[in-house]
Design a protein around this ligand. Structure first.
Ligand SMILES: C[S@@+](CC[C@H](N)C(=O)[O-])C[C@H]1O[C@@H](n2cnc3c(N)ncnc32)[C@H](O)[C@@H]1O
Length: 217
C-alpha cells in the first residue's frame, strides 16, 4: 500500500491539525484513554509500540506514565508524525516516530506490548487482517496486544452515532467493524473468541477494547 493510500486521522475532509480537538469533543477521549493506559500498565524497560500513533497523544501519555519505558510510534502519515513529534518535544518526552503501516509492525524487532487506538475502523479489510496479524508477530513470548477501536455496534443508537465516523472515514472501511469484523478476526488469529474487556458508548459510536496475552515460551 503506497504511503498516500490511507485515511488521515481526522478523516477524508478535515486537516490532521483538527484531529485532537475533534477527538476530545466526540469520543469521551479522557475516559477511554485512561482505561486503555490502565490496562496497558507500562513498566520500566518495556518496549511498547503504538500502531497508528497519529498525533501522538497515547504514546506521550504512556511515556509520561512510565518514563523508563521505550515507546515507539508507527504511522504512515507524515503530517501526523510531525504533529506528534512537536507535541512530544513540548511535553519533554523522547519517543521514536516511525513511518509505516500497521502491516509493517513486525519489522522493528520484538515488543513487550503493542497497542493501537482508533486505527482499524478506518483501514481497508486486507490491512485490518494484515495489520492485526503483524501486531501479534511483533509481540515477544508472553507479550500483550491491546486494541481499542470502534468494533461491533450492537445497539440502534450506537449504529446511528457511528454514522458520524462513517461519513468522515467512508463506509467501505468502517462498515465491517460495525458488523463485527474485528471480533471475528481476533477470534481467528487467537484461535478462540476474544471478548472486549470493556466498551464505552460515545457520541460517535461504541469504543471497545480487546486485550490478548501471548503464551510465554
Ligand atoms: C483516528 S487516528 C488515531 C490516532 C491515534 N492512535 C489516537 O488514538 O489518537 C488513525 C491513525 O491511523 C493512521 N493510519 C491510517 N491507515 C493506517 C494503516 N494502514 N496502518 C497504520 N496506521 C494507519 C492514520 O494516519 C491516523 O494517524
Amino acid at each position: 500500500m503506497p504511503e498516500a493510500e490511507f485515511t488521515p486521522a481526522a478523516g477524508r475532509f478535515l486537516p490532521t491539525s483538527a484531529y485532537d480537538r475533534l477527538l476530545a469533543l466526540l469520543t469521551r477521549e479522557a475516559t477511554w484513554r485512561a482505561r486503555l493506559l490502565a490496562a496497558l500498565g507500562p513498566k520500566p524497560g518495556e518496549r511498547i509500540l503504538d500502531v497508528g500513533s497519529g498525533t501522538g497523544s497515547l504514546a506521550i501519555l504512556i511515556k509520561q506514565m512510565e518514563p523508563q519505558a521505550i515507546v515507539v510510534g508507527l504511522d504512515p502519515d507524515p503530517d501526523a508524525r510531525r504533529i506528534a513529534a512537536a507535541k512530544a518535544e513540548a511535553a519533554g518526552v523522547e519517543i521514536e516516530w516511525l513511518a509505516g503501516f500497521a502491516r509493517d509492525a513486525a519489522n522493528f524487532g520484538l515488543f513487550d506490548k503493542i497497542v493501537s487506538s482508533l486505527v482499524f475502523h478506518q483501514v481497508p479489510l486486507a490491512e485490518k487482517s494484515a495489520g492485526i496479524e503483524a501486531m501479534f508477530k511483533a509481540a515477544r513470548p508472553g507479550g500483550r496486544i491491546l486494541i481499542a477501536d470502534y468494533a461491533m455496534q450492537r445497539s440502534w443508537l450506537m449504529r446511528q452515532a457511528f454514522k458520524i465516523v462513517q461519513s468522515a472515514d467512508g463506509r467501505t472501511n468502517t462498515q465491517p467493524n460495525a458488523d463485527g469484523f474485528l471480533e471475528r478476526e481476533l477470534a481467528r488469529i487467537c484461535g478462540r473468541p476474544l471478548d472486549a474487556s470493556w466498551g464505552l458508548d460515545t457520541p460517535t459510536g461504541r469504543i471497545s477494547m480487546f486485550n490478548a496475552t501471548l503464551a510465554s515460551r
